[in-house]
Design a protein around this ligand. Sequence first.
Ligand code: CP
Ligand code: NVA
Length: 307
Amino acid sequence: MNKDFLAVSDLSVYEFNRILELGSGVKAKPRRFRRALEGKILAMIFEKPSLRTRMTFEVGMLQLGGEAVYLSPNDIQMGKRETPADIGRNLERWTDGIMIRTFAHAIAVELAAAVRIPVINALTDLLHPCQAMADFLTLKEKKGDLAALKLAYVGDGNNVCHSLINAAAKAGTKMAVAAPKGYEPSAAIVSAAREAGRETGFILDVVRDPAEAVSGADAVYTDVWASMGQESEKQKRARLFARYQVRAALMAKAAPGALFMHCLPAHRGEEVASEVLDSPASVVFDQAENRLHVQKAIMLILMGKKF
Ligand code: CP
Ligand code: NVA
């Protein structure tokens, strides 16, 4: 595998499945791995807020016998006090891996290129690959054969949507995205995923109508309308995205037994109605739990002995 985990699209199909399998293994027998990263230290750079990512990386390192050090936006002031590359050249002298949550994806790429230790993308404006790995582990647990499923994504064609597309291409999961005009997923990511997905039978439809996207879907996924860093667009987006809210009536158009998925945090009454978020179809906390297991697998592969 590459030194870093910056994008699901960088993985081979084998590596993608390997992470899911090891994630399941770590989940089933966590004690087997409790000293696997003994003595290792992960630096965690956060330029945006977090609950799940902060907790799952830190708890994950502790459960693997290692430690994690949290660096807040105020500590580092990326790009203001130092360049991402210079920050990395310092961190690699003291730590064994770096996790970064930042704005421009180019910052994570610059950091990774500057250091010899692994760099893990914990969300950029472009991608959220750890989230997609946890989501596909959840889908596999709940629904089985990923290549036999259809995943519908309703809402903003954002970082989470991009990483789900990349993961679906690796898994051969059929996908439909419904987004308002101007908020579709990146054309470059869509075309690269279609190309990469030829070997797995991946099909992706990008449509306008949420009902069309969810028709026959085994899971319906949504995310916030205004991502971190887009707070000033919140009101404009709320108007444009109003018909993309996931309500019970929309879920009823999906396949019987369809799951509801969300990376969280959810904005109740905006992208999702509480009637759906709190329904038996909702697996949002299973997704949150699986962040822990799948990221432990990623850290084991990148920072540990060979498995
Ligand atoms: N889903 C997710 O990444 O959550 P946090 O922003 O709380 O880390
Ligand atoms: N798209 C959201 C995901 C949060 C986990 C954001 O970037 O803010």
